[in-house]
Design a protein around this ligand. Structure first.
Ligand SMILES: [Zn+2]
Length: 59
């Protein structure tokens, strides 16, 4: 069974541990932290949220 969460960056529905179709963020599931770079992401969650708000690309 696939579980979905709201993307921590943009709020779009995304599968746990998958890449968001909307913003490109790779979520790290429930254990995600704001200040460390995890998985294939090149920015922290905090930076990704800021980039998204400014309309920049999340990576
Ligand atoms: Zn997203």
């Amino acid at each position: 069974m696939v579980s979905e969460i709201a993307c921590p960056v943009c709020g779009n529905k995304v599968e746990v541990f998958d890449i968001c179709d909307h913003c490109g963020w790779h979520n790290s599931g429930p254990g995600e932290t704001e200040d460390s770079v995890q998985g294939p992401n090149k920015m922290t969650l905090k930076e990704a949220r800021e980039a998204y708000k400014k309309g920049l690309k999340v990576s």
